[in-house]
Design a protein around this ligand. Structure first.
Ligand code: MSP
Length: 622
């Protein structure tokens, strides 16, 4: 995407019939990451989000709740604002379509369409989908988009001459091949427009809860037309004295939307803007849908994920990271607690958090607090720098293309390269014999962590600020010096999988992954083994590395967090139980090929679980 000095990003405005859910969080999060990324790249940024509060759907929900529409929507606004705050969403303005300035601005926009000769009055009869607020083409009385029942609606209406814009839109698409990101979504839009556009009904007499149509108050403005106007009314359109603001920010650089509302943004909105003689948004970023355990989120299934529950249990930054890393923007993606916990444990706690912790711990152990980054770099350090340069270029380019999951995959390649460097250099072995080399290894690792902290900050603002503070306390740092400070572990490993994170009444709630079946259990291979040899893992506070004899299964290396409680001598010869079919996992640079079962004793000390002497090494538990 081209570089300009300003960056204006928007989210869809959300229908306020309930609290925000994971889908709304996802759209908003993408916009927040973009806003932060472009700020980091020295742009002046404006980030708009808000709520879509008019229309039949809202009026019906309010009626069901026994409230007036405005009173009903008012009740949810704080839920939105609070949720965004908990997730560190740094928007500049929160627009509500019931705000006076928006209503006036939307009316002025429609008046402009009328003045320019693009609106006429006629009669419309068609199948109408109330939940989607739209007339649809359907044969079976169900909405092709949401699958719900449609009704026949006949009414006097004002039409917008959308059909006039078929060729102009196609020409615009042709001249702006990056208008829709990712480009895979462009074809469906082009095909839709090529099939011929019909004029669009833009007023309703049947929906009183809306913006009065200019010059004819028996009609209200079609809620989608009014809602789309938020992107300009939110930055001053229609407000005297705000012309400069509008001029500064419009056109939007990116509208972030879900795939279900692409037609409104990529076809209707550009046509409306052309008719009003305004410039068109530069890009529309279209994301896929989130499913939960492969199913659509819905109240009736009780699987609507509550972003606040997730944040309370796992922390905002871990959820932010997970959503961007796990879901590929151009596809639908499945949310699961197991995947989330796996990402936190493996990517965040093990790969990143431990790297920082081990580096600072070993530096402190040998009294290295201030680290100069001026060194005659050794070959290994230069090789790391090379990897840094190549991978970070790739990262930046993925971020600019909004391919966040690929950017993060690239970043983790670099984190792992830094981990390998740190372990292969074994700084603990040279700390006393070669202090210069020791400082160089710590400095090179710090430099990597510094880049990681800065480039990941748009994704995990809080945690990366903690990380940077741990290597570079600004109040002490001089140019070219890292100041190392011990901090609590950057990421906590999740404790349990039994987590209540769905929205709704408790009677509707479901526990995700709280029970396993006998088939699940039979997948776990548990065997008896004896510790044949054991040593402390250098650079780690917790780990010991053991050679475990598993009888006819052979011998293997298993790591366990026992260092604080046992010396290696105390462990050699002990019998224990092991999970032997776990995927090997690298910790502190050593691959562990199994997991020892440990029970916590009275005093919190881990105790090995032993087997009867008559059960030989390698025997499988059933
Ligand atoms: N009010 C309209 C947007 C008007 S913009 C001028 C609307 N609101 S919505 O609340 O129904 O949806 C808002 C956004 O949330 C859409 O981008 C939609 O794609 C997104 N999501 C809603 N559920 C979702 C998932 N399950 N997964 C991902 N995003 C989804 O449409």
């Amino acid at each position: 995407m081209e570089s300009t000095k300003k960056f204006y990003v928007t989210t869809p405005i959300y229908y306020v019939t309930a609290q925000p859910h994971l889908g709304s969080l996802y759209s908003t999060l993408l916009a927040d990451v973009l806003a932060r990324w472009h700020k980091y790249n020295d742009k002046r940024v404006f980030f708009l989000t808000g709520t879509d509060e008019h229309g039949q759907k809202i009026a019906q929900a309010a009626q069901k709740a026994g409230k007036q529409p405005k009173e009903f929507v008012d009740g949810f606004i704080n839920d939105y604002k609070h949720t965004w705050k908990q997730y560190d969403i740094e928007y500049d303005h929160f627009i509500r379509t019931t705000d006076e300035y928006h209503i006036r601005g939307a009316q002025q926009f429609v008046q402009k369409l009328i003045d320019n000769g693009y609106v006429y009055k006629s009669e419309y009869t068609g199948m109408y989908c109330t939940p989607c607020e739209t007339f649809v083409i359907d044969e079976n009385r169900v909405c092709p988009s949401c699958g719900r029942e449609t009704v026949i609606l006949s009414e006097e209406t004002y039409f917008f001459k959308l059909s006039n814009f078929t060729d102009k839109l196609l020409e615009f698409y042709n001249n702006n091949p990056h208008f829709i990101v990712p480009k895979e979504r462009f074809n469906e839009v082009i095909a839709f427009v090529k099939s011929g556009l019909k004029d669009l009904s833009i007023s309703r007499t049947s929906v009183p809860w809306g913006v009065p149509f200019p010059g004819d108050s028996r009609h209200t403005v079609y809620v989608w037309v009014e809602a789309l106007c938020n992107y300009i009314t939110g930055i001053g359109y229609g407000q005297p004295g705000k012309e400069e603001e509008l001029q500064t920010w419009w056109p939007a650089d990116i509208h972030v939307i879900g795939k279900d509302i692409i037609k409104f943004h990529a076809v209707y909105w550009p046509a409306l803007l052309m008719a009003a003689e305004m410039s068109l948004p530069k890009h529309i970023l279209v994301h896929g849908w989130i499913t939960v355990d492969k199913q659509k989120m819905s109240k009736s299934l009780g699987n609507v994920i509550d972003p606040l529950a997730l944040q309370q249990k796992y922390g905002a930054d871990s959820v932010r990271y997970y959503l961007l890393r796990q879901l590929s923007i151009n596809q639908d993606g499945d949310f699961s607690i197991a995947d989330l916990e796996q990402r936190i444990e493996s990517d965040l706690a093990n790969d990143l958090g431990n790297l920082l912790n081990r580096m600072v711990t070993v530096a402190h152990k040998y009294n290295l607090i201030q680290v100069s980054d001026k060194h005659e770099w050794s070959e290994a350090s230069l090789a790391l720098l090379d990897i840094h340069n190549t991978l970070m270029k790739e990262y930046v380019s993925y971020m600019n293309e909004c391919l966040f999951h690929q950017a993060l995959a690239t970043m983790w390649k670099f984190i792992n390269a830094t981990n390998s460097y740190f372990h292969s250099q074994e700084p603990w072995k040279v700390a006393q014999s070669n202090p210069q080399l020791f400082e160089e290894i710590i400095a090179a690792t710090c430099q990597s962590l510094h880049t990681i902290g800065e480039l990941l900050a748009p994704i995990m603002p809080q945690k990366m600020s903690d990380l940077l503070a741990s290597i570079n306390d600004p109040s002490h740092a001089r140019e070219g010096v890292f100041v190392l400070k011990k901090i609590p572990p950057l990421f906590e490993k999740p404790i349990t999988m039994n987590t209540e994170v769905t929205q709704g009444d408790s009677s509707e709630k479901k526990e995700l992954s709280s029970c396993i079946t006998i088939d699940d259990l039979s997948k776990v291979e548990l065997r008896v083994g004896t510790i044949e040899a054991c040593s402390n893992v250098e650079g780690s506070d917790k780990l010991v590395a053991m050679t475990v004899d598993l009888g006819d299964q052979g011998k293997r290396t298993v790591l366990a967090g026992l260092k604080k409680y046992y010396t290696p001598d105390q462990l050699v010869g002990k019998r224990g139980l092991y999970v032997t079919n776990l995927k090997p996992r690298k910790m502190a640079g050593i691959e562990s090929h199994g997991m020892m079962l440990i029970g916590e004793g009275d005093n919190g000390k881990p105790q090995l679980i032993s087997a009867h002497d008559s059960v030989p090494n390698g025997a499988r538990l059933r």
